[in-house]
Design a binder for this molecule. Structure first.
Ligand SMILES: Cc1ncc(CO)c(N)n1
Ligand SMILES: Cc1ncsc1CCO
Length: 216
């Protein structure tokens, strides 16, 4: 079994919890309140900017030109996706840009930046992998069920697209390659990082769904 297949098996309960979450369910039906989607998209604009930084960090630290190129391309795409998707929704719903990261976004971004800066590139790669992989799977899951009139159609189409799928496959191959060259202890850290980020993906949606704010 591929290393990444093992990773996916290990987050199976987390992935199930994501698929059955109210946010994903209502996004699929198109009934998600626009205020909920607004919170999500404001936080996601902040997320994607720093996610791009985390990918650039991996690009700077990667050892082969091929890997550097992959990571810089992902980093660039994250900014481009942020612009395309968010500018259209920001205009559509007259959303003001937010500057404050709410708890899940704050936790997730800081975790990604710390991990891609201070851990090995292999562990950093495992930490960013859920952002690719979970979004592709959730995107496809929703795409199969959502109607053409769904107001969140362009969000859905982005993550169910051929281009996104290619990036995800490339990132999966990279991760398997890092795992092959890693020690058993290093692979253990990779598994932990993948699980932590997967859990934070659930929290990111849950914060939007509950409009979570700092209590103090
Ligand atoms: C929180 C989050 N994770 C992953 C992605 C995929 O890019 C995203 N846009 N937002
Ligand atoms: C994972 C990811 N999310 C938005 S863009 C991007 C990189 C795709 O190349």
């Amino acid at each position: 079994m591929k290393f990444t297949e093992q990773l996916w098996q290990e987050i199976s309960p987390i992935y199930s919890a994501i698929l059955t979450h109210g946010f994903v369910n209502e996004l699929t039906l198109g009934s998600l309140p626009s205020s909920t989607f607004q919170y999500y998209i404001q936080q996601d604009a902040l997320y994607l900017t720093d996610f791009s930084r985390a990918l650039n960090q991996l690009a700077a630290r990667a050892t082969t030109p091929n890997d550097m190129l992959s990571f810089t391309q992902f980093a660039q795409n994250a900014i481009l996706v942020e612009r395309a998707l968010h500018e259209s929704y920001f205009t559509l719903y007259d959303i003001q840009p937010e500057t404050a990261k709410m708890p899940a976004c704050f936790a997730y971004i800081n975790y990604l930046l710390a991990t891609t800066s201070l851990q090995s590139v292999a562990v950093g790669a495992a930490a960013v992998l859920p952002c690719f992989w979970i979004y592709r799977e959730v995107g496809n899951y929703i795409h199969q069920r959502a109607s053409q009139q769904n107001p969140y159609r362009s969000w859905i189409d982005t993550y169910a697209s051929e281009a996104f799928d290619q990036s995800v496959s490339q990132m999966l191959a990279l991760t398997d390659q890092y795992a092959e060259n890693a020690s058993a202890a290093e692979r253990e850290k990779m598994r932990d990082a993948f699980r932590v980020s997967s859990r934070l993906e659930w929290y990111f949606w849950n914060d939007a769904y509950t409009q979570n704010r700092w209590l103090v």
